[in-house]
Design a protein around this ligand. Structure first.
Ligand SMILES: NC(=O)c1ccc[n+]([C@@H]2O[C@H](COP(=O)([O-])OP(=O)(O)OC[C@H]3O[C@@H](n4cnc5c(N)ncnc54)[C@H](OP(=O)(O)O)[C@@H]3O)[C@@H](O)[C@H]2O)c1
Length: 293
């Protein structure tokens, strides 16, 4: 019998990619995905029951309220899943590997190019909840926190990734405003899950940053997508985060990724080069291939 790795949030963008790619990147493991329909992770008694029945030997924890806007609108709910449920799962995982997907939003975005040594200073509810959970997770020397960034990819209902969001708005005949003064290092979900599986295999716990090689403004990201997503044509509008109405948004969340890169068998891609490779080599969205692999 293979040991079981439990993947929470398996109906979400990244959790779904993890489940779909497990047989390739972690063939010695049996994968058990957990959706909200299976277990509401804020119901801690139900989590305990599921835990006893599944008996995982490792956990990759993806479930979260992952949209900053949703966290601002419902901070209690955000706290209960992003902090309380995460802490509970980390405690259940006391003696096994546990990978917690966190976010660059733990930083205020004033300087950019953050390394793992930089002191976090979140400015929104999402970032605060992620940081609070991180601090508990990292107390266990077997556990890992992986801070990731803006993720491209396809979801079951086409409503999870930022690319899907942009295309949906454009297809509805509306303009997509993209801030030219907000910077991220996007990565495709296929690349993120390949990194997660390699990290999982290495069993080198701790704190890691994971982002793409290209630091791009939201506006530049939109321009990079245009050749491959014709539905965006004529719909992208350049804007400024200074006009943003709503929760606080960190300006520059570029991440230094040298630490994780040293563990990986492939170079982390830039967003533009990934788009190009995908279009020209027909790279499978589920199965990210590095340029030299
Ligand atoms: N995607 C990004 O750009 C990005 C960037 C930085 C960090 N992250 C982090 O990476 C992780 C995965 O992100 P993602 O993009 O895959 O997020 P996602 O698509 O929003 O998936 C999160 C999953 O968590 C589930 N969930 C929420 N509340 C739950 C509850 N009470 N009980 C059980 N399941 C619950 C959601 O269920 P439903 O399907 O029912 O909603 C969803 O399937 C998250 O921790 C996120 O914060 C993501």
């Amino acid at each position: 019998m293979k040991p079981v790795v439990l993947i929470t949030g398996s109906a979400g963008l990244i959790g779904r990619y993890l489940v779909r790619t497990a047989s390739r990147w972690a063939p010695d493991w049996a994968v058990r995905g957990l959706t909200r329909a299976d277990v509401d992770l804020t119901d801690l008694a139900s989590v305990d029951n599921a835990w006893r029945s599944i008996q995982p030997a490792a956990v990759i924890h993806c479930a979260a309220i992952s949209r900053t806007k949703d966290c601002e609108q419902n901070p209690e709910l955000a706290r209960s899943i992003n902090v309380d449920a995460s802490v509970h799962l980390a405690r259940l995982s006391e003696h096994i590997p546990f990978i917690f997907l966190s976010s660059g939003e733990v930083f205020d975005g004033k300087t950019g190019w953050y390394s793992e040594a930089d002191v976090p200073s979140p400015i929104n509810v999402y970032g605060k909840t992620k940081l609070e959970a991180e601090q508990v997770v990292l107390k266990n020397p077997r556990h890992t926190v992986l801070r990731i960034v803006l993720t491209a990819g396809s979801s079951e209902n086409g409503d999870r990734s930022f690319v899907e969001d942009m295309c949906r708005v454009a297809k509805a005949g509306k303009d997509v405003t993209l801030y030219a003064d907000e910077f991220r290092c996007p990565l495709p979900a296929g690349a993120i899950v390949r990194v997660v599986w390699e990290l999982f295999g290495h069993e080198q716990p701790g704190l890691y940053h994971l982002g793409g090689q290209d630091r791009l403004s939201r506006w530049e990201i939109g321009q990079a997508l245009l050749p491959w997503y014709p539905e965006l044509m004529g719909r992208l509008v350049e804007g400024s985060a200074r006009t943003h109405v709503g929760g606080s948004r960190p300006a520059d969340l570029s991440l230094r990724c040298d630490k994780i890169q040293k563990l990986l068998s492939f170079p982390l891609p830039g967003f533009r080069s990934w788009l190009f490779a995908r279009a020209h080599r027909g790279a499978d969205l589920w199965d990210y291939q590095a340029p030299h692999s």
